[in-house]
Ligand binder design. Structure first.
Ligand SMILES: Cc1ncc(C[n+]2csc(CCOP(=O)(O)OP(=O)(O)O)c2C)c(N)n1
Ligand SMILES: [Mg+2]
Length: 789
């Protein structure tokens, strides 16, 4: 505990605390005990009682749960209002479910099936739990950071008056494990939050000074506190509970306080585990000679009483917590509560450094149950063993501010997608899909559709270089405050207007891909969270998807809906070189649930995909989109797509030239390699007049369709046109495995061309030759297939 320092608060931000009502505290304490019991029992039941079929441990973190019981009790049953949105640290899931059960929002069957299929989830899940989870958690650091972006999104929705009249402004709250601050993404988010002046944001840190493996470094949190203060947060340190505070005021109290303040975390934790006699021995040896200490120890001559005193940290003292929450609720300053806790508090392994995965034995659990006054067979009873009347408790739960509305999620109506979606015309120099994407948004920005008003764009410092500049010029940057464009005011010529206002529709981020994906997660949940549908569009360079991949996965796991434009992609960016070449991203696009990956070659295809995509982002069974785009200008076909062709493009592909029944070869291409494929096809036609040319707009959609229905899928029907035994050359600017599976659909022989090595800089002809993507390579592959070599 050496780092324990009650931070001097900025006087303007000093908090006034009123003493909480004693009756309310009594009920909260009774509920706190009940919640500790239910969460421990739920885990015990799953591990020791429910039959197991596979020899695997079930797990469930009794110690992590116990650590946060008081904090979550004070939050859900006192401080939170229905409009507040919460991310609960992953390992407090049993506590969360226990509270929801007491509130009547979770059923006992799900609790009995904790961590079983369909039961209460290991970590709170928006999509799989029934009890109204606001933000999923699991991968530490991501849930907490998402609340910060949700605070930006709430401002966005409110300042534009998009929320329904009944939607009240809420507070974004995270209850966070202290080791989550080892994750750099949390600090990336804090910097972004500082830039955007976030508000109505609370992070409550369960500061048990333990992670998974051990007790954390003593000095770490001093640095973390400074990071909060440096980024505009109010830090409220909740260190000592009321018993300790009282003891500090007694003779010997000063020495006692000094001793605890200077006690290293590891020793404090070990003594928590060992109990009263060990506290006494240590304190006698170390401060026993100081005035008043012997008397103080004598006043706590019962070891249990001394243990209770010495473990009376504020994070387990409901009165201290309630006071702090009430005081902070007075304004909207982002507030971080550092609440000292003890991992496993109230359980036999409290404080033990190995307790993260510890689970109580049968005997320990029986003793714990007896201590709770719960009779065998009454373990799941909501109110068994409580020392207050059921009527009183039920009344209290009913009037908890959080309980006033259920369900708390909104279901706003979809935003219509206009049928006349723009298809920008390319000049004689052709157009790249990246440029086409920018032009489509630019055209939408020039109109007055409701769709355009609900699009929110965001990018980690690559707005202009991914072609969002035109959209931003027309729709502006979002910020709570108006800021003029200084360059414009100074009459410096620039193609880009960079003024901010609450009406702007682009959220500019610093270079941190984690932040991009968490922003997309938060904006993609604006409908259910804030009652206003937003259509988020994010851009980044394709290779940097891997930088933020866990956050992207997390956004999809929560079923947030967004459109991601990743550009430039592959080796086609050519001179930019190997460090910016993406190879595995098509496989990510195929492998990521909840995300449909597209890689069109032409602008009309892209337009059809985006038109469908904005609907798909809003469909109940829909999802998000990943557009893998290129900077290579291609000449555009002269055509107007009919509905059937548009549907094929969305399904994942179409025959540019259908193969004849006799043809023994076809070429399939993705995206920017269309010219090489078309040229190879033209040359092949000289020898094989019926050869086919297949445009693949989405390897992912084709693959998903095939998995769903191997014989009736779109890809099975496409490849049904190719003679059995014919050969198929596939070519993609990415890993060849993205298409090599096509050979399994109908048993065609296949040569899959693509990139499977790290790149170099060069121009397109050199690089396509180097990686075997050029016309020559396609012809060679076709020849090998035709010759059967
Ligand atoms: C990104 C990520 N890495 C690793 C883990 C595995 N893990 C689960 S909990 C944990 C330590 C958590 O410590 P803390 O946040 O302090 O939680 P508490 O002490 O309250 O259990 C780790 C490393 C994870 N869930 N997510
Ligand atoms: Mg911890």
């Amino acid at each position: 505990m050496a780092q324990a320092r009650i931070l001097p608060l900025n006087p303007a931000r000093r908090l006034a605390a009123n003493a909480p009502d004693p009756q309310r505290l009594k009920l909260l304490r009774a509920l706190e005990r009940k919640i500790l019991w239910l969460s421990s029992w739920m885990i015990h039941h799953a591990n020791q009682i429910r039959p197991r079929r596979d020899g695997l441990k079930v797990g469930g973190h009794q110690a992590s749960s116990a650590s946060s019981v008081t904090l979550l009790t004070a939050l859900y049953l006192h401080a939170l209002r229905a409009e507040d949105r919460v991310a609960v640290k992953p390992h407090a899931s049993p506590v969360f479910h226990a509270i929801q059960y007491l509130l009547g929002r979770q059923n006992v069957e799900n609790l009995k099936r904790f961590r079983a299929l369909g039961g209460a989830q290991s970590y709170p899940s928006r999509t799989k739990d029934v009890d109204d989870v606001d933000f999923s958690t699991g991968s530490v650091g991501l849930g907490v950071a998402t609340t910060l972006f949700a605070s930006i999104v709430q401002d966005y929705v409110q300042l534009k008056n998009l929320a329904p009249a009944e939607a009240k402004r809420g507070r974004m709250v995270a209850i966070v494990g202290d080791a989550e601050f080892d994750e750099g993404n949390v600090f990336e988010a804090m910097l972004e939050g500082w830039k955007h002046d976030v508000r109505d944001l609370w992070w409550v840190i369960d500061y048990n000074r333990q992670s998974l493996d051990s007790v954390v470094s003593d000095h770490l949190f001093q640095t973390i506190e400074r990071a909060f203060e440096g980024t505009g947060w109010r830090v409220v340190t909740l260190k000592y509970g009321k018993l300790l505070e009282e003891a500090f005021r007694q003779p010997g109290g000063g020495a006692l306080r000094r001793w605890i303040d200077e006690c290293p975390n590891a020793i404090y934790s070990a003594l928590c585990y060992k109990g009263g006699a060990a506290w006494r021995e240590h304190m006698r040896a170390e401060i026993g000679q100081e005035p008043g200490v012997a008397e103080l120890l004598a006043r706590y001559n019962d070891d249990d009483a001394l243990h209770r005193l010495m473990t009376n940290l504020a994070g387990h003292d409901i009165e201290s917590i309630v006071e702090a929450f009430d005081a902070a609720a007075a304004d909207d300053t982002p507030t971080c509560f550092i609440a000292y806790t003890i991992k496993g508090f109230g359980l036999p392994f409290a404080g033990h450094k190995d307790n993260h995965a510890g689970i109580m034995s049968e005997a320990q659990m029986a003793a714990f149950r007896d201590g709770m006054g719960i009779a065998p067979g009454q373990e799941w009873e909501r109110f068994a063993g409580m020392d207050v009347s059921v009527a009183e408790i039920e009344g209290f739960l009913k009037q908890a501010p959080f309980a006033r509305r259920f369900p708390r999620r909104y279901e706003p109506a979809p935003v219509p997608v206009p049928g006349d979606f723009p298809v920008p015309a390319a000049g004689s120099k052709g157009m790249s899909t990246q440029e086409g994407f920018g032009r489509i948004l630019y055209d939408l920005a020039g109109g007055s559709s409701e769709l355009a008003s609900r699009i929110i764009t965001t990018s980690p410092d690559v707005t202009v270089s991914t072609n969002l500049g035109g959209w931003v010029n027309r729709r502006g940057l979002f910020d709570r405050r108006d800021r003029s464009d200084v360059f414009k005011a100074e009459k410096v010529v620039s193609a880009q207007t960079w003024a901010t206002s609450p009406s702007g529709q682009h959220v500019e981020l610093g270079i941190a891909e984690n932040n991009l994906f968490l922003m997309l997660a938060a904006a993609g949940l604006a409908g259910p969270l804030f009652g206003a549908r937003l259509l988020p569009v994010g851009t980044l360079y394709d290779p940097f998807i891997e930088r933020g991949l866990d956050a992207l996965n997390y956004a999809c796991y929560q079923d947030a809906r967004f459109m991601l434009a990743a550009t430039p992609a592959g080796v086609t960016l050519a001179p930019e070189g190997g460090a910016h070449q993406s190879i595995a991203t098509p496989l990510i696009g195929i492998g990521q649930p909840g995300l449909s990956y597209f890689e069109p070659a032409h602008i009309d295809e892209l337009s059809a995909i985006m038109e469908w995509g904005f609907g798909h982002m809003q469909a109940e069974e829909g999802g998000s989109l990943y557009l893998r785009l290129s900077t290579r200008p291609l000449s555009q076909p002269e055509r107007k797509l009919d509905a059937k062709r548009k549907a094929e493009i969305v399904e994942g592909g179409y025959w540019v030239t259908r193969p004849s029944a006799q043809a023994d070869i076809a070429v399939a291409y993705v995206g920017a390699l269309a010219p090489e494929a078309a040229e190879a096809h033209r040359q092949i036609l000289e020898d094989v007049p019926g050869a086919g040319l297949l445009a693949i707009t989405s390897p992912d959609r084709l693959h998903a369709g095939w998995q769903g229905d191997p014989h009736g899928s779109h890809v099975a029907s496409l490849l049904g046109a190719l003679a059995p035994g014919a050969g198929l050359v596939t070519v993609i600017d990415g890993h060849p495995a993205a298409l090599s599976w096509l050979g399994a659909v109908r048993g065609h022989r296949i040569r899959a061309l693509g990139v499977d090595r790290f790149g170099q800089s060069g121009d397109i002809p050199d690089l396509y030759r180097e990686y075997g993507l050029d016309t020559h390579a396609i012809l060679n592959a076709a020849a090998a297939l035709c010759l059967g070599t």
